[in-house]
Ligand binder design. Structure first.
Ligand code: ADP
Ligand code: MG
Length: 338
């Protein structure tokens, strides 16, 4: 068990006390029907520390986070919505929002098609797969492609790369950029890389990205390579699993908020483990459990295919059927199979 309390945690604690005080003046989480102090605490620990986060949650997630029944969860969400005056949006407003969505090309038409056009802004796209399956390669490719103009599958934007495993390779960026006839110096300048040293640091970096955007940086892609490795090494014991999941839940919520508020494409890589209880078929599973599985918008499984190709499989997505496609990774980057 961790006994030391870091300065960050103390700060965090103070911040959360401050913000809960602020909310008390208006409508506190504990004012929601069926939410006592203990339930409010559970909700907060799971990342539901504002009325808005509860208002936009699904009943299942609230049930899971707080242990209340489904009917109570619905009531809680409804009340949070009514208190926030979350009104209806008309279809044309939603359409306008959808039209602002950017789809970054992966470099492969087949892979883009699998994704419904490319790696979307306002969403979390996760690729999981074994070592060497191509997760970081796609990250490098996207960091270049986000800088292309929109008509070429980019967003004329910059990339931020949160590097947890020291996998960012400027040489690889140079190679991909030059193969596309781009000025690699310029391309490299528009990729901001931050090495994260532990899971707290990883989470703080997400706030920093928001600051950069607020200062005017045209950031349209955030890469986290990889999402879970630091959480895995920071929380090793079985007894720490619940703490880890609460924290990863907060992290996923922060990422989703960033994606939606600033129309940023967020690309996450994830490691795999082998499920001991699967005897037939592929036992490979992403780590992070249902919190990551439910939190991400698009989840793709990458594996090596025939003759050095790669296979991408869409695991679940709101409006795309589960399908597979093939692509290749060459020195020029990601491309279609010949
Ligand atoms: P992951 O992040 O899933 O572990 P990577 O994206 O690092 O995997 O994939 C590494 C693979 O990408 C290599 O095994 C190789 O097949 C391919 N690759 C990486 N760089 C190059 C390159 N310069 N030229 C050709 N293939 C490359
Ligand atoms: Mg990698």
């Amino acid at each position: 068990m961790k006994t030391e309390i870091s300065l960050e945690e103390i700060k965090e604690d103070l911040e959360s006390k401050k913000s809960s005080k602020k909310e008390k003046k208006e409508f506190a989480i504990t004012d929601l029907p069926g939410v006592g102090a203990a339930t409010a605490e559970k909700l907060k620990e799971a990342g539901f520390d504002t009325l808005l986060s509860i208002a936009v949650a699904s009943p299942g997630v609230i049930v899971e986070a707080s242990g209340v029944g489904e009917a109570v969860a619905r009531k809680i969400i409804q009340t949070a919505r009514s208190k926030l005056n979350l009104g209806f949006e008309s279809g044309d407003e939603i359409l306008r929002k959808r039209e602002n969505i950017i789809k970054l090309t992966t470099g492969s038409k087949a892979f883009d098609a699998l994704l419904g056009g490319g790696v979307e802004s306002s969403a979390l796209t996760e690729c999981y797969g074994a070592f060497g399956s191509g997760k970081s390669s796609l990250a490098h490719q996207l960091a270049v492609n986000v800088q292309l103009p929109r008509e070429k599958g980019g967003a004329s934007g910059q990339a931020v790369w949160v590097d947890t495993e020291s996998t960012f390779r400027p040489e690889r960026i140079k190679q991909i950029a030059e193969a596309a006839g781009l000025n690699s110096e310029e391309i490299l300048k528009n990729i901001k890389v931050a090495r994260a040293f532990n899971s707290d640091h990883q989470m703080i970096l997400i706030d920093k990205v928001e600051e950069l955007i607020k200062e005017g940086a045209p950031i349209k892609l955030l890469v986290v390579d990889s999402l879970m490795s630091l959480f895995r090494s920071d929380f090793t014991g079985r007894g720490q699993l619940a703490d880890r999941q609460q924290k990863i839940n907060r992290h996923i919520h922060a990422l989703l908020k960033l994606a939606e508020m600033y129309n940023v494409a967020i690309y996450l890589t994830n490691q795999v483990m082998s499920r001991p209880d699967v005897f037939f078929g592929d036992p490979t599973e992403a780590i992070g459990g249902h919190i990551v599985a439910h939190g991400v918008t698009y989840r793709i499984y990458l594996r090596k295919g025939k003759k050095g190709s790669r296979v991408a499989r869409m695991i679940d997505a709101p409006h795309i059927a589960d399908t597979e496609c093939c692509f290749v990774i060459t020195e020029k980057g990601i491309n279609d199979l010949e």
